[in-house]
Design a protein around this ligand. Structure first.
Ligand code: NIG
Ligand code: FE
Length: 414
């Protein structure tokens, strides 16, 4: 850990230790010619240069931002980062008219990645995930969530979670990694037609076994995958064991996953392309973060999630990529930003909050990361420009100059 001063920056940040909801999502604090100081990876000063405390500059790395924008590092709060194999054939089948669910029902889809992940060594999985991490860092991501869910048996789910832990603990890792157990991603082929028994296996064997490896538990709550009753049973068991819970909800059809997330007090419900009005209302009331994943809707040619409905109902919206080998083989932050502004009608300010503080809240770590404030981790993204509005304007292109994690420069783009 080292000490860092960034001077002459246009600081742009949401503020707070929890998700910002509704109109508060568009309220950013902007400090022109601002300065931040970080000691041992934690922010100790944010403000103008005149009020800056006296420090011994020799003890600091000093970066002159030359007026460029400094934002909190991006939080990609929903990814399936660790997986074996690829599925480009399915992408082409979908181009020709096949649907995501029909491919899954034929034994492809998630099961295909499960077969490849079971066959892969931990080293292979780790190397591939690190490659994706390096790309994320270039786009300004300083915290990423990584789910298991391509094992669907105790040994392979453990292997995935151990790979995630090993990546997170790497001495020179360039970002923060938060892991989530997603054993309930699909019913594996050996349990075909016996979903309730597979849920029993997760409750009785996997959840108790992974307490030392992760703190979050997710489920693909969907018609013909895990329906409401199985989801409720599994998530209640996870909660009782102390896990924080998340749901893939109402992605393909309107099933009531959003309502369930509110009933159970989940950290977030994600996807929500087909959320009901009641689901929006319940999530807003209970403060469940709506994590929207525009790259997946775009890739599957589905309607985008109703971001405006959530924000106008005073809910908190986060944005994430959903990087995975099937429904969305993309971790593009620039394209996420452009789609959210152009098609989901989110303002640029709302998008910044959704990709920083609200993403952190969707992971339960908004008191640690997600804003540029004293006491938070020194995770920053410096843009090439002094105008944050270039983020969607430079459509699908990378506006990031520099990424800083825990007070260290981890990437500089030319
Ligand atoms: O978030 N919908 C379920 N899970 C992933 C897709 C996983 C896959 O197709 O491999 C998602 O879209
Ligand atoms: Fe997902």
């Amino acid at each position: 850990m080292q000490n860092l001063i960034i001077k002459n920056a246009t600081i742009v940040t949401p503020c707070g230790d929890s998700a910002r909801k509704g109109v508060a999502m568009s309220e950013l604090t902007i400090i022109n010619a601002g300065c931040v100081i970080a000691n041992d990876g934690v922010i100790t000063y944010v403000g103008d240069a005149e009020s800056m405390p006296e420090v011994n500059v020799a003890d600091y790395e000093v970066i002159d931002a030359e007026g460029r924008c400094l934002l909190p590092g991006f939080v990609d709060s929903h990814t399936h980062l660790v997986f074996g194999g690829y599925r480009p054939d399915e992408f082409e089948w979908r181009l020709k008219g096949d649907t995501y669910m029909s491919i899954m029902e034929r034994g492809g889809g998630i099961q295909s990645s499960v077969n490849a992940t079971r066959a892969a060594s931990a080293e292979e999985l780790e190397e591939k995930a690190q490659w994706h991490i390096d790309r994320m860092v270039e786009m300004g991501v300083t915290t990423v969530e990584a789910k298991s869910g391509y094992g669907l048996d105790t040994a392979t789910e453990r292997k995935q979670l151990e790979v995630i832990k090993s990546l997170a603990d790497k001495e020179d890792q360039k970002l923060r990694i938060v892991s989530t157990f997603l054993g309930a991603h699909a019913t594996p082929k050996e349990y075909k037609g016996r979903t309730a028994e597979y849920v029993d296996l997760i409750i009785n064997e996997m959840l108790p076994a992974f307490k030392d490896l992760t703190t979050n538990c997710d489920i693909f709550c969907e018609k013909n995958v895990f329906e409401i009753e199985d989801s409720r049973r599994l998530l209640n068991a996870a909660k009782e064991m102390g896990y924080k819970i998340k749901l893939h909800a109402d992605e393909i059809v309107t099933l009531g996953g959003a309502e369930l997330s509110a009933e159970l007090g989940a950290l977030s419900a994600d996807h929500l392309l087909h959320v009901s009005d009641q689901g929006v209302k319940d999530m807003a009331e209970k403060g469940v973060v709506a994590t929207l994943l525009p790259l997946t809707a775009f890739t599957l040619k589905e309607p985008f999630a109703p971001a405006r409905k959530f924000i106008d109902s005073n809910a908190a919206v986060a944005l994430a990529t959903d990087l995975n080998p099937g429904s969305c083989y993309s971790g593009s932050i620039p394209l996420t930003i452009a789609l959210a502004c152009i098609y989901m009608k989110m303002s640029i300010e709302e998008v910044i909050t959704a990709l920083t503080l609200n993403g952190a809240a969707a992971l339960g770590i908004a008191d640690e990361v997600g804003s540029i404030e004293i006491g938070k981790k020194a995770d920053f993204v410096m843009l090439r420009s002094d105008n944050y509005k270039t983020l969607p304007y430079y459509v699908g292109m990378n506006c990031v100059k520099m990424t800083i994690h825990d007070g260290k420069v981890v990437n500089v783009n030319d």
